[in-house]
Design a protein around this ligand. Structure first.
Ligand SMILES: [Zn+2]
Length: 316
């Protein structure tokens, strides 16, 4: 078997500031639905068109193909983003219909009946496939809130991989006690969300983490990337690459210079720390440093399946 170089699945979650749980879609949000938000909100809502276009330019400059996890609702309101993505080589994946949290942050119980959740997911997949005329095989849960009950539905709807599971010492946003979660792709067990005794066809591209000061720190990107900075991430990604393929993600909103109207919402004061052009510059530094290492999630998924087939034929 040909030796593969370990790669970084590069993913970009396309959502705006009001999709965050403080504003909409969670049990503790100011607005319960996006419709409530749009009917009430008078301020600027689009803070991501400009950074998304800049990110696309940067990807082109460094010859990187990435995966854009798009909230299907974005399609209605951001025509320039849709047009630019349509004319790009990037993979499109599904980041839900409205970015509503799927499970309660405290109890980890589903926030919607399963039928309703499934209906929204079908709608989201259809909107994205129709808009971009591409098959959607990847899913990421909003806010990484992932329930084990999602697995059979995702499989049934034709999703081939998920990238939501973040294993670390600081938080667990799933409905099981996570143990033994690798930082490299694996086939999911539908009860433990781990790699042992896999009983589903869904491949997980888990979020990276790194051992630091006795704890497993999330090293997937976005907020922790803004917080910890370039050098820490350079080290964390290199460490994760030693084990195999890994994953890095960020949002256009991480790179916006627009002000987020925080005063209207009770908020974690440091949540938007270091956002804006300085984060975009740090991302560019990563692109340069890990030149040739980035790939879309679909490529990492295909490589995983191919490797498994090869191992299987060797055993036989
Ligand atoms: Zn998101």
């Amino acid at each position: 078997m040909k030796d593969y170089i370990n790669k970084i699945a590069l993913s970009i979650d396309v959502e705006d500031w009001y999709h965050t749980p403080l504003v909409t879609g969670a049990s503790f949000s100011k607005y319960k639905t996006l419709d409530d938000f749009f009917s009430d909100w008078k301020g600027k809502f689009d803070t991501i068109t400009e950074p998304t276009l800049k990110i696309l330019e940067l990807l082109e400059k460094y010859n990187i193909t990435a995966t854009f996890f798009v909230v299907a609702n974005v399609v209605q309101n951001y025509p320039l983003i849709v047009e630019a993505l349509k004319n790009s080589p990037h993979e499109i994946a599904c980041h839900s219909l409205n970015h509503n949290s799927s499970i309660d942050s405290k109890t980890k119980q589903p926030l919607q009946p399963l039928e309703e959740w499934t209906k929204e997911l079908i709608q989201a997949k259809n909107i994205l496939e129709y808009t971009f005329q591409k098959e959607i095989i990847g899913y990421r849960a909003p806010g990484a809130y992932f329930g084990k009950w999602m697995i059979p539905v995702l499989e049934k709807l034709g999703f081939k991989y998920d990238s939501s599971i973040a294993y670390n010492s600081l938080y667990n946003k799933t409905d099981v006690q996570l143990t033994n979660i690798p930082s490299t792709p694996y086939r999911l067990n539908s009860k433990t969300l781990g790699p042992d005794n896999p009983d589903s066809n869904l491949i997980e591209l888990p979020w990276a983490n790194i051992r630091f000061l006795g704890k497993n720190i999330p090293a997937g990107g976005a907020y922790f990337f803004r917080l910890m900075g370039f050098n820490f991430y350079k080290y964390a990604i290199r460490k994760n690459l030693e084990n195999g393929d890994t994953m890095f993600y960020f949002h256009p909103i991480d790179c916006t210079d627009d002000e987020i109207p925080l005063s209207n919402f009770k908020s974690r004061p440091f949540y938007w720390i270091n956002k804006g052009t300085k984060t975009l510059r740090k991302i560019e530094k990563l692109f340069k440093y890990f030149d040739g290492r980035f790939a879309p999630c679909s490529e990492i998924y295909e490589k995983y399946i191919l490797k498994q087939d090869v191992q299987f034929s060797q055993i036989r």
